[in-house]
Design a protein around this ligand. Structure first.
Ligand code: IFM
Length: 471
């Protein structure tokens, strides 16, 4: 296939610092398939996606991108893009079926082969230990609202680290705990699909506790191995601006920022939950089940903060009908459109909020380097007659967001890398396969992969940046 960009979208060479990492990201359940092979047991996403009506089109991850069987070709694809890092997640029920006991040799063997393949291709593996696929047995025992799940997670992390810790330098404990807790337990929009706000808040605390416990176990193991590793967590973050300059909207924006961002950032980096958020939670009958010593564990120092950014929020204290409280008496905190173009997810494209977020993080939580562990966009792609995909909008989205990162760095933000979400089209959770985030197209009938223009553009930008440093 000719991989020359026929319609260059332009963009000047990036001025990001030497050593900046360039990568792509994926997650196990979204790409692997092979859900019943080699001893893998069910996760909450198998259960959820096989429950009629939960996922658009009743899609599921049974086959997904068949990455489990096509892994070497997919690694070759990343290499062909000239990227230095691949962020992927480990399927907990594949490596530790049922979520307890010893590792499943065949399950861990898959990731050992993946790591070997990456290292041979001179691509740094970046492991995420938990990207939402909780073993179903642990959910049956209470899931993340149950404190014991935090300890099960730390055990699992230690077992995986024992097998891969000598060769993998970069480890992320959790991907987007807000989604696991709030979409999964409070709002019923992701697995396991509960609508129980207090349970969601208990899940927040136990996810963070699990992160801290796992961090401590892996740090100890790395020290014993004398292997300097980088440990971190990935949060999905945005900016929350008031829709109008009124005290009510300003307070609504504060609430949104508190529940979406500070509820995670403060315990991780300041060792305490924000007082105003605790007050908001109490007003909603929810409580963080903190026990003595938990916050010390949660704030165990980490080396990197992973940031996933897609959009910024404009927050109103009124619902669409002008009410300040919903039918259950809950105070309204609503994200309202600002009239900017949107992606296929309906998410507004506001790259300037990305800059603002990164600068704010560096100011409010100084001393922790940031890596953009996800950024990208879903758009409807229509392949041309020759099979090429001129995804101008996705390319523009990535270009604008890279410029936003560059601007943040110029303003003092300590950003060390950028991973595009996603390497390839995949199972977009409750949206099934309709939403395509890949810079590589996947034909789900044939499993053929085709570089979209965005992939070619990204490859060329990274190369131009390298050339500019060398020259
Ligand atoms: O596909 C997801 C990913 O799994 C987590 N972050 C957001 C992406 C797009 O919705």
């Amino acid at each position: 296939m000719d991989t020359t960009l026929t319609q260059p979208t332009g963009g000047s060479t990036l001025t990001l610092p030497a050593g900046f990492r360039w990568g792509v990201a994926t997650a196990a359940y979204q790409i692997e398939g092979a859900v019943a092979e080699d001893g893998r047991t069910k996760s909450i996403w198998d259960t959820y996606s096989h429950t009629p009506g939960r996922v658009d089109g009743d899609d599921n991850g049974d086959v997904a991108c068949d990455h489990y069987h096509r892994m070497p070709q997919d690694v070759a694809l990343i290499r062909s893009l000239g990227l230095d890092t691949y962020r992927f997640s480990i399927s907990w029920p594949r490596v530790q079926p049922g979520g307890s006991g010893a590792l499943n040799p065949k399950g861990i063997d898959f990731y050992q082969r993946l790591v070997d393949e990456l290292l041979a291709a001179e691509i740094d593996p970046w492991i995420t230990l938990y990207h939402w696929d909780l073993p179903q047995e642990l959910e049956d025992a209470g899931g993340w609202p149950n404190r014991d799940t935090a300890y099960r997670f730390a055990d699992y992390a230690a077992l995986v680290f024992d097998k891969l810790g000598d060769r993998v330098d970069n480890w992320t404990t959790l991907n987007e705990p807000w989604c696991s807790a709030m979409l999964g337990y409070a709002y019923g929009r992701q697995a396991p699909g509960y609508e129980d706000f207090p349970a969601g808040i208990r899940a927040v605390h136990h996810l963070l506790l699990g992160h801290g416990l796992a961090t401590q176990r892996m740090r100890e193991a790395a020290t014993a191995l004398d292997h300097p590793i980088k440990l971190g967590i990935t949060l999905n973050l945005g900016t929350a601006h008031p829709a109008t300059d009124t005290p009510e909207d300003r307070d609504a924006a504060r609430r949104a920022d508190g529940l979406n961002s500070r509820l995670y950032l403060d315990p991780l980096f300041r060792g305490s939950y924000p007082a105003d958020v605790i007050e908001d939670l109490t007003a909603r009958g929810a409580e963080l089940p903190v026990q003595e010593g938990d916050l010390e564990v949660i704030s165990t120092p980490i080396d990197v903060l992973g940031v996933n950014y897609y959009t910024g929020w404009l927050i109103s204290h009124l619902d669409e009908d002008g009410n300040t409280h919903d039918a259950d008496g809950v105070i309204v905190t609503r994200d309202v459109p600002r009239g900017r173009p949107v992606t296929a997810m309906g998410w507004e494209i506001v790259p300037e909020c990305f800059t603002e977020l990164l600068v704010r993080l560096s100011q409010d939580y100084p001393g922790v380097p940031i890596v953009i562990t996800e950024n990208g966009a879903a758009f409807e792609d229509s392949p041309a007659a020759d099979g090429s995909i001129h995804d101008v909008e996705r390319t523009a989205y990535i270009a604008e967001h890279l410029n936003a990162v560059q601007e943040a760095v110029a303003q003092g933000a300590d950003v060390r890398g950028y991973f595009c979400w996603s390497l390839m089209d995949n199972f977009e959770w409750s949206y099934g396969y309709e939403k395509r985030f890949g810079i590589v197209r996947v034909d789900y009938q044939t499993q053929e992969r085709t570089l979209k223009d965005s992939a070619i553009w990204y490859r060329d930008q990274v190369q131009a940046w390298r050339d500019s440093l060398a020259g």
